[in-house]
Design a protein. Structure first.
Lengths: 369, 513
């Protein structure tokens, strides 16, 4: 359930709409920039008893796409069901002639898994016009819920200048590299941003997150020590990916390369590359573009065994199977996770720590991206 | 929590994917497969693990029981109960895949030939399902069957494994009924399995909040300096339930609340609250610290027991407005039963950290609400500034169930011109803060056993030390002469008045739940 619209920023309206399942996503009550905290306080005071405010982080979302405020509000309503936060949703129209900032407050509420209280996350929405570069850091920094980490979901391509005033405050920056037009320049910007932040900022690529379940499924084949030797005998790999998700497939190959100490030896074509592993062993990789999930099938060949992870017919499950000498073992099903933004962000938000494995994977295949 | 010595080198592809030890393929053989525990807890837990992708490929479940049943019948029964008791709704496609790994093995527990056949069955499954010779035996049968099962497992060489494989046994409580029987049980277990192979399950330890006690204590520097006799006035541990004895009268009549709850669950919780920081998070470091706490529990003289331990039994009353029977009127209960359904204890931990800090424990059936909580009551601030003695202490409450979470009561000034001070509560609810539902305790514990992580399982010396604390109380209660009184309390009340007196004598009161 969502507590919006909050037409006047007061609890009465908020409580009135809470029992209903929301189908529209309003930005809530317009507020003066200087009175946001005051109005939020009023919102919670009026809802006291019926509502509990919960927050584990500041989750700021930045987009330059017209209409993104509404779309992201809708996403936030779903994300906050599982991740209590202060949401700071920003739409920027940097090309507008006049500098202008508008703000709204609202709350996303759902029934707690225990008890009957509504658990609510607050949202502050901003529409920035004109001098976005200057406005953005001050808007974000002045509206943070204190003592909580700042996660910044950047829905745009990064562009210069990268304001150090903002980035040094960010704990995790979330982005999706699959749509980047120039991977190298974007990576360079990210690296300079990390430098500004003394390397403390954690890079969270949703393009990497969407591989989590596939990686998990494939890794399971090699848990038992008796199967470890198979890793050293991998000779072939095939990755099927959907149009537009070549970078996801390459990242997947990069993951195996980095974890198993392979290095790229040759790029034969867009769909074929070759790694070289220990003892000069070759690993041929075939990348096939097919309609389906972003990465919908991976097959590894090690001697006479093929390990395969593929999307099951029901869509949200992965089928994993091991075939030896053309004899297929009993397939197992595992969750495939959700590839929609809410699923990916939720997956990302429950993580902690740096993505060292991601950075290694990225470095392994950076020249191919 | 940590990788143990017998665990293999990590799989490089696992890096960054999971912080926990990796469970390994295995056959899980459940003795007592047609019983309640299997249907209500074990198989639903395994299904949930499968649905969450936590169960590794190559796990099979073999139900071992006396009744005649085919694999398909067994699967159908389990499907029905899993649909009823699973934490998450059962999805047909996942169940169908999961059910392919469930098998039934009919045998009497005492029939040696049945175990030989089981060994052959497991070897076949190793080949067909890749269980790799790993065996996890779950003793969900009655404790009277343990010895027979364990002996026969040994006779069939099922306690032995080839190199690179393992065999483990999970034992459900009760771990004996007194020190002598616990030692005997440990001896019987040791005849077949080593201590490292033995996992004594206490589902309280699988609960998220119980595990969080260690995090709260050792990952938050603010509590560490206060966690001792200088700042803590007393500790209370309450395990209350609204339920009566239900269908467990046969067991409960002999056990009673002290053996059923205090010897295991409550003492385990106390250990987590009172233990010293372990040197690392390995199973033996943690269990080593826990056992020191049990060893330090002050043993009362026989003459002191009546003054420090109160037992009670519920009479008829009302729960949630509904009339309920008294214990002696329940089915299969002796009308003159002396079994306690309530216990309150005042105890001390005789060590440097906890000297003179009383710990009050109470556990009971048919109490007004179901709740398990630990509360740490801090000493009063000096009453020199505010011209009054502050009525309430700072209290840190760790809620184990339901509504798992932590709250802290502090004092605050009431807004206004006068200097009025009132207690306020800061609350943390797991359910509110983390959207992800906590796994059931059995899910966590089964996964740990498959991973070879014994941290959340009781070690034999912990069990024996706990019995050595409990036994003198039981002996006094069952003495023919001068046995302390069994107090009665109406169902729906917070126990007998004598339990309140236990604290009132020290100028304290039970926390209002």
């Amino acid at each position: 359930m969502i507590c919006s619209p909050v037409t006047d920023g007061r609890g009465e309206d908020c409580k009135r709409v809470m029992p209903a399942t929301a189908e529209t996503y309003s930005l809530g009550a317009p507020v003066e920039i200087g009175k946001i905290e005051q109005e939020l306080k009023r919102l919670w005071q009026d809802g006291e008893g019926a509502m509990t405010r919960a927050s584990l982080m500041n989750l700021a979302v930045y987009s330059g796409k017209p209409g993104s405020l509404q779309n992201n509000t809708q996403l936030m309503a779903r994300i906050t069901e599982n991740h209590a936060c202060r949401a700071i949703v920003i739409e920027a129209d940097c090309d507008a002639d006049d500098d202008q900032v508008s703000a709204w407050i609202s709350a996303h509420c759902h029934v707690s898994s225990v008890g009957s209280k509504q658990v609510c996350s607050e949202q502050i929405s901003f529409l920035l016009k004109g001098g976005c570069t200057i406005q953005l850091p001050s808007i974000v920094l002045s509206n943070l819920d204190s003592d909580l980490p700042l996660y910044l979901w950047w829905q745009e391509e990064f562009r210069e200048p990268m304001d150090p005033q903002l980035w040094t405050w960010v704990d995790r920056v979330i982005y999706d590299s699959h749509g980047w037009s120039d991977f190298r320049s974007q990576t360079r910007l990210l690296e300079s941003m990390q430098e500004e932040a003394n390397q403390r900022i954690v890079l969270c690529d949703l393009n990497w997150t969407r591989l989590d379940n596939l990686r998990f499924a494939l890794a399971q084949f090699f848990d038992h020590p008796a199967s470890h030797h198979r890793l050293t005998k991998i000779s072939k790999m095939r990755i099927d990916f959907a149009p537009g998700f070549r970078s996801s497939a390459i990242l997947f190959a990069g993951w195996l390369g980095a974890q198993l100490n392979w290095h790229i030896e040759e790029v034969k074509s867009l769909g074929e590359l070759r790694f070289i592993g220990a003892s000069a062993r070759h690993i041929d990789v075939e990348l096939r573009e097919r309609n389906g999930e972003p990465v919908h099938e991976v097959a590894l060949t090690s001697d006479d065994v093929e390990f395969r992870v593929t999307y099951a017919h029901c869509g949200d499950l992965l089928e994993i199977s091991r075939t030896q000498n053309d004899e297929k073992g009993i397939p197992q099903l595992m969750p495939a996770g959700n590839n929609d933004p809410v699923g990916l962000i939720s997956e990302e938000l429950i993580r902690g720590g740096p993505h060292r494995v991601y950075l290694n994977a990225l470095n392994c295949v950076r020249d191919l991206l | 929590m940590n990788r143990t010595a017998d665990q293999p080198e990590p799989n490089p592809l696992r890096e960054g994917l999971s912080a926990r030890p990796v469970p390994q393929p295995c056959s899980i053989v459940i003795f007592g497969a047609t019983g309640d525990l299997t249907h209500r807890k074990l198989v639903p837990a395994l299904y949930n693990l499968a649905a969450d992708g936590e169960l590794p490929p190559g796990v099979v479940i073999v139900g071992f029981a006396r009744r005649d049943k085919s694999d398909d019948e067994f699967r159908r029964d389990l499907e029905e109960s899993t649909r009823k008791f699973s934490r998450q709704p059962v999805r047909d496609e996942i169940w169908n895949a999961f059910a392919q790994s469930i098998f039934y093995h009919r045998s009497e527990f005492g029939d040696e030939a049945g175990y030989k056949q089981l060994a052959t069955h497991l070897e076949d499954l190793d080949k067909s399902h890749g269980t790799r010779g790993n065996r996890l035996f779950y003793l969900a049968a009655g404790p009277d069957q343990f010895e027979s099962i364990l002996k026969n497992l040994k006779a069939a060489d099922l306690n032995q494994t080839c190199e690179g494989s393992w065999a483990r046994v999970i034992i459900e409580k009760p771990f004996g009924t007194d020190l002598a029987s616990a030692r005997e049980l440990n001896r019987v277990v040791r005849n077949s399995f080593t201590e490292e192979q033995t996992y004594r399950i206490d589902h309280f330890l699988g609960k998220e909040t119980a595990q969080n006690i260690l995090v709260l204590r050792f990952a938050n520097a603010i509590f560490s300096p206060l966690w001792n006799t200088h700042y803590i006035d007393h500790v209370q541990i309450t395990a209350a339930e609204t339920l009566g004895v239900g269908t467990r009268a046969g067991y409960y009549e002999d056990a009673g609340a002290l053996r059923d709850m205090v010897q295991n669950h409550l003492i385990q919780l106390l250990c987590l609250v009172a233990m010293e920081p372990p040197t690392d998070l390995s199973a033996d470091s943690i269990r080593g610290e826990k056992v020191k706490v049990v060893r330090s529990l002050h043993r009362w003289q026989r003459s002191e027991i009546a003054a420090n331990v109160v037992r009670g039994q519920y009479t008829k009353g009302a729960i949630h407005g509904e009339p309920v029977l008294g214990y002696r009127q329940e089915q299969n209960v002796n009308p003159d039963s002396q079994t306690e359904t309530f216990v309150a204890l005042r105890l001390f931990i005789d060590n440097w950290r906890w000297a003179d800090v009383p710990v009050y424990m109470r556990v009971g059936k048919r109490l007004p609400k179901s709740a398990t909580e630990i509360s740490i009551h801090f000493k009063k601030a000096p009453a020199v500034l505010f011209n009054k003695d502050l009525r309430d202490l700072n209290v840190l409450v760790i809620r184990i169930q339901p509504d798992e979470g932590i709250s802290l009561r502090i004092h605050a000034k009431v807004p206004g011109t006068s200097f009025r001070i009132e207690p306020v509560k800061m609350d943390f609810h797991y359910g509110t803060s983390f959207g992800k539902p906590s796994p059931e305790a059995y899910e966590r514990l089964l996964l740990d056993a498959m991973s070879g992580d014994a941290t959340l399982f009781a070690r034999s010396d912990e069990v024996e030390e706990a019995w050595s604390f409990i036994d003198p109380i039981e002996e006094v209660w069952h003495a023919k002469k001068d046995a302390p009184e069994l107090y009665f309390y109406p169902a729906g009340s917070w126990g007998p008045e004598a339990a309140d007196d236990l604290l009132a004598r020290d100028g304290r009161a039970w926390r209002r739940l």
